[in-house]
Design a protein around this ligand. Structure first.
Ligand code: APR
Length: 320
């Protein structure tokens, strides 16, 4: 059987890391696409030359033409501009919306059967626009945010408790922004919910609140340190986990920006929710029970995403 074809649209920091991970994990052959001439070709060749030592079998090719993504099984989209210090993800909206238009049209014309994972920010609005521009079924287009936000939360929690990240589960809902909703009640160490761990004296409520805030600010913390761009290792790994769930029909339960219609009282919009990812794409949106405080936080996040979508419609009349 031929290897799956994985198209990476955008060959910058995240795109290059994605290509490396796809090769190392032997998930398939890679087409690295970018408008910058030479960049995708150079990165593809560099990674391919690591193959003999890393002992992977994968073909990697750089491209500046959408024809090269023809028949891709998975497209991961990072095309656009990243944040600089002092910028919010929302500041990227105008520029990246135009990029989503060209990417959506490229996918529509050449890879209409792909499972599409968007990473470009502001995530929830960009994945919505990408689905609109590409016209692909909404269960085949999703955004990577929740896996990353949960991973950041798990990392901080594992440090606080001095335990392996393998034993820490975490739940983050809502939009990928300052209004994201880390759900403390549903996050655990080896199945013990965080509020119980506070009662057991493993940590304090104050420390937990600090970790929640650090998780919300997780992207900004890295932008502040890097100064010239935003995070790329953890975002790439998070998207790889989602792509692998699709390619291997793993039925993973992963939080991601999915099209929600009906659940959570929403009438067809993209926002971060728990989903099941398998060969059918987003096979299920899981609706969890929230208490009053959690619902209020989620609603605030939903409203923020709606505001960004309205701004997109204001910029590009074809979306209205
Ligand atoms: N089509 C294809 N590629 C494009 C286009 C376009 N219309 N416009 C820009 N690009 C390419 C750039 O040439 C660059 O190589 O997208 C790439 C983006 O790479 P980086 O600037 O290194 O950004 P990166 O860190 O990879 O982040 C990409 O993901 O997390 C988000 O906020 C982040 O929106 C940003 C995106």
């Amino acid at each position: 059987m031929a290897r799956p074809k994985i198209a990476l649209i955008g060959a910058g920091q995240i795109g290059g890391t994605l290509a490396h991970l796809v090769a190392l994990k032997e998930l398939g052959d890679v087409i690295l696409f970018d408008i910058a001439e030479g960049t995708p070709q150079g990165k593809a060749l560099d990674i391919a030359q690591s193959g003999p030592s890393a002992r992977f079998d994968a073909s990697l090719k750089g491209a500046n033409s959408y024809e090269e993504i023809a028949g891709a099984d998975v497209c991961i989209v990072t095309a656009g501009v990243p944040r600089k210090p002092g910028m919010s993800r929302d500041d990227l909206l105008g520029i990246n919306l135009k990029v989503m238009k060209s990417v959506g049209e490229g996918i529509k014309a050449h890879a209409p059967n792909a499972f599409v994972i968007c990473i470009t920010n502001p995530l929830d609005a960009m994945v919505w626009a990408l689905q609109q521009f590409s016209g692909l079924p909404s269960h085949m287009v999703c955004g990577m945010a929740g896996v990353l936000d949960s991973a950041r939360f798990r990392h901080f929690l594992s440090q606080e408790f001095g335990v392996s990240t393998k034993d820490v589960t975490a739940f983050v809902l809502g939009g990928h922004g300052d209004t994201m909703v880390p759900l403390v009640r549903y996050s655990t160490v080896a199945g013990i919910p965080l509020p119980d761990l506070v009662k057991m004296g493993w940590t304090t409520q104050e420390k937990l609140d600090g970790i929640v805030q650090r998780t919300r600010d997780g992207g900004a913390e890295i932008v502040g340190l890097l100064k010239t761009g935003s995070a790329f290792y953890a975002p790439a790994q998070s998207a790889i986990e989602m792509a692998e769930a699709y390619l291997k029909d793993q039925k993973r339960v992963l939080p991601c920006a999915a099209h929600v219609s009906g659940a959570y009282g929403l009438d067809g919009m993209y926002v971060g929710v728990p989903t099941v990812i398998g060969a059918g794409g987003i096979e299920k949106v899981i609706e969890i029970a929230m208490d009053e405080g959690e619902s209020a936080m989620f609603q605030k996040s939903v409203d923020a995403v709606k505001g960004l979508v309205a701004a997109c419609k204001g910029i590009d009349q074809s979306l209205a």
